[in-house]
Design a protein around this ligand. Sequence first.
Ligand code: FMN
Length: 194
Amino acid sequence: MKALDATALDQLFRTARTYNRFTGEVDDATVKQLYDLVKWGPTSANQCPARFVFVRSEEGKQKLAPALSEGNREKTLSAPVVAIVAHDLDFHEKLPYLFPHTDAKSWFDGPQENRRDHAFRNGTLQAAYLILAARALGLDTGPMTGFDAAMVDQLFFAGTSIRSNILVNLGKGDPASIFDRSPRLSFDEACRIV
Ligand SMILES: Cc1cc2nc3c(=O)[nH]c(=O)nc-3n(C[C@H](O)[C@H](O)[C@H](O)COP(=O)(O)O)c2cc1C
C-alpha cells in the first residue's frame, strides 16, 4: 500500500470540516457508492451492525424534525441528505453469512443486552467510516448526536431491534457556516509510544 498524497490527506482530514449549513444534491447513485465504500470498513467478527436510513425526501425530513435538538433542526433540514446511522442489536443473526468460517453467532446468542456494547462500538466505527467515505467522495458532512434517539427509534425503527446512534448531514457544506478550526491535542498530550 502507498501513502495517499497530501491533497487526499487534506480532503479526508486536514481541511475537512464539520459544516452547519448545506446546499447541493446527493443522488441515489452517490448514496449507493457511499455505502459501497462504508461496508468495507472493519468491524469485530465482521459484525457489520450498522443500519443506515438516508433521509432525503421532504416527508422524511419532516418526520425527523421533531426529534432534532433546536440547534440541529435548521441545518439538518437544509442538508440534501441526512443519514441516520443506527445499529442492529440482533446483528448476530447474520453472522453465519458474514463470518462463515466459524460459529460466531453462538458467541453472541442470549440476552440482547449482552450485544449492546458490540453493536454500539462497531456501529460507531461504521459512522466514522461513513464520514471519511463521504469526504473521499467529495461530500461534506455534519455529524450530530443532538437528537432524541428514543423518538427516532419510534419514528423509523418501531418494532425492530435497530437503535439510532448518530445522524450525519451530507451535502455541499457552506463555508460561511463554520467557526474557526478548534485546536486538537498534540501528539504528546494524546499519545505515547511504549
Ligand atoms: C459524534 C458527533 C456528534 C456531534 N454532535 C453535534 C451536534 O449535535 N450538534 C452540532 O452542532 N455539532 C455536533 N458535532 C460536531 C462537532 O462539534 C465537530 O465535529 C467538532 O467540533 C469538530 O469540528 P471540525 O470538524 O470543524 O474541526 C458532533 C460531532 C460528532 C463527531
